[in-house]
Design a protein around this ligand. Structure first.
Ligand code: AGP
Length: 606
């Protein structure tokens, strides 16, 4: 997703803006740019590709000025080109950076062009710059001009603008796309998230939807949609000094795979009350009032919900609907008997998931935000927050956040089942003890890199692969296929093992790789039969299971065995070799592991 940054009152601000953009690289992008105001004129530098290209352009001819804005673009409207890179400048008077989509940009552009405005890009965002020129030309002051512009545009936006008519301020606004205002001692800053600003200030004001603000060196004036000044309280956000550090690993993803014992341990701690019992961050009577849970998410987080459904329904006997957030609220779903919605999101900013949660709230459901970023939009709007404590996840492919989500969801299922009386304290404690043992088992599974490397080498040359799992391992098969696709660009599909005979088995041909997820549960025999059917037709079975199961399997060409694990927790532990396999395959293929092509870490458009 696009990243926006800005500074006012900071000497030679282009350098600090470049550094802030580097902190947003993890979001994924394809071009970048910075503009400043210097001696009454707008100066602009933009570059296609990685930020090193912008850095080189700035080194060649630095931008002067103490006020500026910067942007990393993830293309939505208009191809990847310097002309489409932000900032966009209108009439040499206004410069703007924008994250989101202006849905009605075409009719606005037509109106402005007929009034004599000339556009220089194919983007939707450029209309914002021209709308402000039009408002300033009509004599409007910044706050009124902003209110008028916001009244005309439709869609999601977080933008920062500067104008030579008002060189002492940045004008910012947000709707559905996140925006943080950083309050420094002698300067103020803006960023798509606090991560971009954490080296400059930890005092942050978060705008709410439809807020806009005038940001000056000595402070901010925040307005709500009706034009009234509003006091949005500043908060002190946690420092994340290790953020831009790979900790000696080759990639953020490799580091984050290795951080999973801590991510799981810290997330478990956050779900344990002062008496050492598992908690769901709400009183038992609130848990007992839950009649049905809709789980809203996208991508890897959606697959976490599909695993959780097995736990919540089998332990707590509460019906669960796992909904793709991008589909849910557009189909006017029947909501009964679901009275609780859990939005699961690593970033807490996926607009699909935020909009789906808002729909659920509008339907009267209690909303729970299960997020990895404490002050994210979903966290701030949900009735209750279930925190994962995985720490900042920079690699675009989610790893430690996924196993942290599963840990929190399993704790939630246990707390719900106990509150509902379906399991007693000793059963809850027994599962709790198994979860407590997980960090150690995950630590052992991290020793599988050398076992998996030759398998990844072979996998890196195939055109297509299947992932099969049954029961709660079926969603992990879907996640494994996504990991391989998004990291190595190899086509992969996940199926429920039992579904193969209903069609997909026609795909099997000699030497086709089938990654098989297996655990010693009640479905192991059936799942093994499904795998033998594939093997009998030439498939190469890459078995991922625990050591006990691996001993009983005679049809695998490769075996990746984790320590023996209770089948209830297998989806969490087996996720580790699934991630390592995808990571090492991508390394073999030489793809951009931390920022795979076309992908963004936080998708803040619908
Ligand atoms: C995961 O590897 C992907 N990068 C992607 O599917 C991601 O899980 C999805 O975009 C949801 O993101 P969120 O958890 O931040 O909402």
């Amino acid at each position: 997703m696009c990243g926006i940054v800005g500074a006012v009152g900071h000497k030679q601000c282009s350098l600090v803006l470049l550094d802030a953009l580097k902190r947003l690289e993890y979001r994924g992008y394809d071009s970048s740019g910075i503009s400043t105001i210097n001696k009454g004129a707008i100066a602009l530098k933009r570059a296609v590709g990685k930020i090193v290209n912008l850095d080189a352009a700035l080194t060649e001819s630095p931008l002067e000025g103490d006020i500026g804005i910067g942007h990393t673009r993830w293309a939505t409207h208009g191809g990847v080109s310097e002309a489409n890179a932000h900032p966009h400048v209108a009439s040499n008077r206004v410069s703007i950076v924008h994250n989101g989509i202006i849905e009605n940009h075409r009719e606005i552009q037509q109106r402005l062009e007929s009034a004599g405005h000339h556009f220089s890009s194919d983007t939707d965002s450029e209309v914002l710059a021209h709308l402000f020129v039009e408002a300033f030309d009509s004599g409007m002051e910044p706050a009124i001009a902003t209110q008028q512009v916001l009244a005309e545009i439709e869609g999601a936006y977080a933008f920062a603008l500067m104008a030579i008519d008002y060189p002492e301020m940045l004008i910012v606004a947000r709707n559905a796309s996140p925006l943080a205002l950083g309050i420094g001692d002698h300067a103020c800053y803006i960023g798509s998230d606090a991560i971009a600003l954490s080296h400059l200030t930890r005092k942050v004001v978060y705008l709410e939807d439809h807020d806009y603000a005038l940001v000056r060196a000595d402070g901010v004036s925040v307005y709500q949609a009706d034009g009234a000044l509003v006091d949005r309280k500043a908060m002190i956000v946690a420092a994340s000094p290790g953020l831009v550090d790979k900790g000696g690993y080759r990639h953020y993803m490799e580091k984050e795979i290795h951080e999973q014992p801590d991510a799981i341990g810290h997330s478990l701690a956050a779900m344990t009350d002062e008496n050492g019992h598992l908690t769901a961050q709400m009183p038992d009577d609130a848990l007992r009032a839950i009649d049905g849970v809709v789980m809203l998410a996208a991508g890897t987080s959606h697959y976490a919900t599909q695993v959780a459904r097995y736990w919540v329904e089998s332990l707590a006997r509460v019906p669960v609907a796992c909904e793709l957030a991008s589909e849910y609220h557009y189909r006017q779903p029947a909501t009964k008997p679901f009275n609780t919605a859990i939005a699961i999101s690593q970033s807490g900013e996926s607009l699909d998931t935020l909009m789906a949660m808002r729909y659920a709230a509008k339907c009267g459901m209690n909303t729970i935000g299960l997020v990895n970023v404490p002050n994210s939009s979903i966290a701030r709007e949900a009735d209750t927050v279930l925190p994962t404590r995985a720490g900042p996840e920079i690699g675009v492919a989610s790893t430690k956040a996924f196993t942290a989500q599963l840990t929190v969801l399993l704790c939630f299922a246990v707390a719900l089942a106990r509150a509902k009386g379906h399991i007693d304290n000793s059963q809850a404690s027994s599962i709790h003890a198994k979860i407590q043992a997980l960090p150690g088992l995950v630590g052992k599974a991290l020793g599988l890199f050398d076992v998996i490397r030759p398998v990844a080498h072979q996998l890196s040359s195939v055109r297509s692969a299947l992932y099969l799992g049954r029961g709660a391992l079926y969603p992990l098969a879907l996640e494994g296929a996504l990991k391989l696709k998004e990291l190595s660009y190899i086509h992969a599909e996940g199926f429920a093992s039992g579904e193969m005979k209903h069609g997909p088995i026609a795909l099997i041909e000699d030497d086709m790789p089938v990654v098989a997820l297996l655990t010693a549960d009640h479905l192991m025999g059936k799942a093994s039969n499904n795998l033998r059917e594939a093997s009998a037709r030439g498939a190469k079975i890459i078995l991922i299971s625990d050591a006990k199961v691996a001993k009983e399997v005679d049809y695998a060409t490769s075996v990746i065995a984790v320590p023996t694990i209770d089948p209830l927790l297998a989806p969490i532990l087996l996720a580790v070799p699934v991630q390592i396999l995808a990571y090492l395959t991508a390394v073999e293929k030489g793809t951009d592991v931390d920022q795979p092509r076309n992908l963004a870490k936080s998708v803040t458009v619908e």
